[in-house]
Design a protein around this ligand. Sequence first.
Ligand code: CTP
Ligand code: ZN
Length: 152
Amino acid sequence: MSNKKQLQVSAIESGTVIDHIPAASLFDVITILGLDRIPNQITFGANLDSKKYGKKAIIKVADKFFEPDEINKISLVAPNAHLNIIKDYEVVEKKHVTIPDEIVGIVKCFNPKCICNHESVQTRFRVMDKEELALECHYCEKITTRDELRMV
Ligand code: CTP
Ligand code: ZN
């Protein structure tokens, strides 16, 4: 390829580009944002080279502008994600995701005996440590850590 600056995933006219997703978290991000259930045009790149993160993924969602509460859900699996808001092919805004104080209905409690793993109640956690990620279960008070994270 002669043009070394060519984008690995085509530019979009309007929408949101979610960049710097850890390669292993691509499909969790798709699930968390419900991208498998919306009609928008979506393009993504998996296992792309990144200077900072080794391998990364990128997702481009046309004509979609996420509310902070919605997009911040991905911070659990993509804490360093960069959001680029695109209008008329230009980046008009850049944002980062932040980890919320409370996580409802995204991840499972690691405790197999927890009521939320047996009854149809939404999981609920208080975020105790945003750096290392420690989630205290509202029901059993046990701590789920990053290594134990499983999506509901
Ligand atoms: N992008 C896009 N469509 C556009 C404009 C930008 O898909 N019309 C994407 C680019 O491919 C890039 C991201 O949006 O992945 C951010 O664009 P830009 O700020 O131009 O790139 P960088 O300077 O590389 O930004 P950063 O270092 O923040 O990744
Ligand atoms: Zn629990």
